[in-house]
Design a protein around this ligand. Structure first.
Ligand code: UDX
Length: 842
């Protein structure tokens, strides 16, 4: 049998996380599985036509339910017959397409380079080769709050042949800023462009004095479990005169329940009752947005703009500034264009393909030709739309063929919200209200964010922006002088420090007495959640930890209530197990225990390679974008897709010759058998490199203690023992029969092919046949366990791979010698004022 000879450095001492890059990958769609012929038998129905599209056939073979297959087939046939899409549409934009740009900048006197300050607006029409520009300058040196005389010119660019406009048309209130003098200026004008008949208005950061302040409807589209961050976001956005309409993904039970509590406290916060499973990039995202906008129009609430935001957005200016800006810009629609060549954009976005959403998947079913006669446009799906435009798109008239056709087109479009509003704006009588700025800055790092990470949800390789971290601060700081009011993305479970920095920048520093400012809590499990296969494993381990903690605190555990991740200063400190229990006295109490997952690692002492190995760990849900395994609690089970990840520390020793290593990672199951292996190539680099490797197991895998061994040709570099926990639940119910238990815990298969020849030098790391035989008997017996014996087996294992660190009691007045949870800084019941929405009521 193999033991970890020569390994003696404790891995836990070296845990530190760092980010590095990975090879770049292209965005285009991956090739789909090769289609075979379709049979009616396989489909469960006879399609109404002989479907030709290879992509449609592939989708039909992969779709799980008959309803979904029928839906796909019906659309594929309708497209094939030429009945589906409009061929030609007519734009109703009065005179071509127009884009208004407001650029801010420092304009200097051409001769003496004296700073003039001011703003520049350009107004571009597709009918004219030149942009009409307008330039408003400050004469004199502007100073904070002081208004100086100014002149406005209007002309064409290039070259701007200035024509003087009456001063009254340049209705600007200058807000100088002593630091970046001209930065704070925005155009605010009504002017005739001379090239088209209508009037365009571009406005300022500050509304004219006496102007009515706008009211905003914030449409929050929420997913995940980051309740405290949603609260924090609401705190940043909240004022009684605005309204907050929240859509929670239909599958997110926990957030829906928790956010619903807000309705009782705030008359201007409401949750959408009609909920959708808004998958990434799905058509349902647009359906949901339009539905919510309709609800908002129907409500009694008054509002002038809708701004959609997600749980990962955060403001970069105060609400007051946003209201100022929008009050001076009534009637405009703020969307961000792609800024590339249109044809490229169309291809990259897959706009020339038909997609069908069903079974919470976007199926690509073939190419399509976009209707002629309109300008297709798009960019970001984060927008700020004016009420008249919202009313227009959500209430299409029967005779409005253009809008009807666009609605249909975008029901079968990937990432529809990234193009729908843009395209409607461009091609209808709202065209002159298009502003190419969606008020957002987005943290794109395409090298990391385009890893085809959504291919299980959409038949396309999508990209996502990265989470902001403190290193990205300059990018946030640079929004100050621009009309940018929001940034994305933020995820406090990845980094909370940057949010703190942002808040302090916006609202001033927190006081030193502020409680638990650096703590972050995020729910992992809640007893009121709908139970099912998805949380069987978490409950199995959670229950076990509750039993172990109860035993330690001398109480009889009753029910597992919540599991909560806890981080302090962006360091994962484990998760909190909250449960109810009965004391020997008969008194019922609630307790919470902080638990840390542990994997037992050893490193070779003398190997140069091992000295630079960090964060060597086995987990699941490795996120290539943020370069971290999202299974922070390291709860692994018979159905987990295991991933090993590690950081290879960059070498600062530039003089040394650079090395490269060809290593093998052996995955050894509790019986000492090889289940899989990965060939790893690691090269020296000057920066830290994060690598990961997946396994290909046939599930269920054997529960128990597994070993991952990293070996070279003649030596072992590192090994890690980790737990694959047995299950105590199946489909939401405790396992009661040995047959049911065996289905989950009796996995004894081998993933390697039968004819696989085991290299002799690997054999020393594995058990002998005799050893395997004995362990197999034991595993077979364990796999059948139920109830108390099953719990004992689990507890024995869980106790070795999760450490109980500290406990507290929820209720005051018990005689338990434990601190109160409300006084324990780590507890989920500790004060967390930064996310306390109740403070808004005071
Ligand atoms: C972003 C941008 O929205 C998109 O324009 C860009 O092309 C891709 O990146 P991304 O950050 O990838 O999106 O997605 P995310 O923020 O996770 O989701 C977008 C919205 O959909 C959010 O409001 C989110 O709450 C919601 N969503 C996502 C769900 O409701 N359910 C899901 O399963 C996934």
């Amino acid at each position: 049998g193999g033991s970890g000879s020569g390994l003696d450095v404790d891995l836990a001492q070296r845990n530190q996380r760092d980010v590095a890059s990975d090879p770049v990958r292209a965005e285009p769609p991956e090739s789909l599985p090769r289609p075979a012929r379709l049979s009616a038998n396989q489909l469960g129905f006879q399609p109404e036509c002989d479907i030709q599209s290879k992509e449609a056939i592939s989708a039909l073979q992969r779709a799980k339910t008959k309803d979904c297959r029928q839906h796909i087939a019906q659309i594929a046939c309708s497209i094939q017959a030429g009945r589906f899409y409009a061929i030609q549409l007519k734009s109703s934009c009065p005179s071509g397409n127009h884009t208004a740009n407001v650029s801010l900048g420092c304009y200097r006197d051409e001769k003496d380079r004296r700073l003039l300050g001011g703003y520049y607006t350009s107004f571009k029409s597709s009918n004219s080769p030149n942009a009409c520009v307008e330039l408003c300058l400050q004469s004199g040196y502007p100073y904070a709050g002081v208004q100086y005389g100014r002149e406005c010119f209007c002309g064409f660019d290039p070259p701007p042949k200035a024509a003087k406009l009456p001063d009254s048309s340049c209705n600007i209130k200058c807000l100088g800023n002593a630091k970046e003098i001209c930065g704070g200026f925005y155009a605010m004008n009504i002017y005739e462009t001379g090239i088209s008949k209508f009037t365009a208005q571009l406005a300022a950061s500050t509304p004219p004095t006496g102007a009515k302040r706008v009211r905003i409807a914030f449409l929050l589209t929420i997913n995940g479990r980051a309740l405290r961050q949603v609260h924090r976001l609401l705190k940043a956005l909240y004022a009684p005169e605005h309204v907050y309409y929240i859509h929670v993904d239909a599958r997110q039970d926990y957030l829906y329940r928790k956010l619903l509590e807000l309705e009782q406290k705030f008359p201007n916060i409401r949750l959408a009752r009609k909920r959708f499973s808004t998958i990434w990039g799905g058509a349902s995202l647009l359906t949901m947005l339009l539905q919510c906008m309709q609800d908002l129009l129907k409500s009694k609430w008054q509002w002038d703009f809708v701004i959609n935001l997600s749980e990962s957005d955060f403001p970069v200016k105060t609400l007051d500034k946003l209201v100022d800006f929008l009050s001076a810009n009534r009637g405009w629609n703020f969307v961000k264009g792609h800024g590339r060549e249109t044809q490229k954009f169309i291809q990259k976005q897959g706009l020339d393909r038909t997609f069908v959403e069903c079974d919470t998947h976007m199926w690509r079913i073939g190419d399509r030709r976009l209707p002629a006669g309109i300008q297709v446009d798009g960019g970001s799906d984060w927008v700020a739309l004016s009420r008249p435009f919202v009313a227009y798109v959500t209430h299409p008239k029967q005779e409005d063929e253009l809008l009807q056709a666009l609605l249909k087109l975008f029901r079968h479009t990937l990432l529809p919200a990234e193009s729908f509003f843009h395209t409607v704006l461009r091609n209808t009588h709202h065209c002159h209200t298009y502003v190419d700025n969606n008020l957002h800055v987005t943290n794109w790092k395409r090298k990391q964010g385009c890893k085809c990470q959504y291919k299980h949800v959409v038949d396309w390789c999508g990209c996502s922006p990265n989470d902001f971290v403190p290193d990205d601060w300059p990018r946030l700081l640079a929004t100050e002088q621009k009309s940018l009011f929001f940034a994305r993305k933020f995820e406090p479970i990845i980094n909370q420090a940057v949010l703190l920095q942002l808040e302090e920048w916006l609202y001033g520093p927190y006081t030193s007495e502020y409680l638990n400012l650096h703590g972050y809590w995020q729910s992992l499990y809640h007893h009121e959640d709908m139970h099912g296969a998805a949380d069987d494993l978490t409950r199995s381990v959670g229950d076990s930890l509750m039993r172990l903690a109860g035993h330690q605190s001398r109480v009889d555990p009753l029910e597992l209530l919540e599991l909560t991740h806890y981080l302090h200063r962006d360091q994962y400190k484990g998760f909190l197990v909250r449960y109810s229990a009965r004391r020997a006295t008969g008194q019922d109490v609630q307790l919470e225990t902080r638990v840390r997952p542990v994997q037992h690692g050893k490193l070779a002492r003398n190997a140069r390679f091992s000295k630079r190995l960090r964060n060597f760990e086995v987990s699941t849900d490795f996120d290539q974008k943020e370069q971290v395994a999202r299974n922070f609690a390291k709860i692994l089970g018979p159905h987990s897709d295991l991933v090993i990840s590690y950081t290879y520390q960059g070498s600062t020793d530039s003089g040394a010759a650079s090395h490269s290593y060809n290593l093998t990672l052996l995955w050894i199951d509790p019986l000492g058998r090889l289940q899989d292996f990965n060939e790893l190539h690691v090269e020296d680099s000057s920066t830290d490199v994060i690598n990961h490797s997946r396994t290909l197991f046939s599930h269920p895998i054997t529960p128990g203690v597994w070993t991952a061994k990293l070996i070279g040709r003649n030596s072992i570099y590192a090994q890690l023992k980790f737990l694959v926990s047995p299950m105590a639940y199946g489909n939401g119910e405790p396992l009661e029969s040995s047959a049911e238990a065996e289905k989950r815990n009796g996995g004894l298969g081998i993933a390697l092919p039968d004819d696989f020849e085991l290299p002799v030098e690997w054999q020393q790391h594995l058990h002998t046949d005799d050893e395997q035989f004995l362990l197999r008997e034991e595993a077979v017996a364990n796999g059948k366990l139920t109830e108390q014996p099953l719990h004992n087996w689990i507890d024995g294992l869980v106790g070795k791979f999760f450490q109980l660190r500290e406990s507290c009691v929820v209720d005051a007045g018990t005689e338990l010698s434990l601190p109160l949870c409300s006084d324990s800084a780590w507890s989920s019941l500790a004060a967390d004022p930064k996310s306390d929405v109740d403070a808004l009521l005071k």
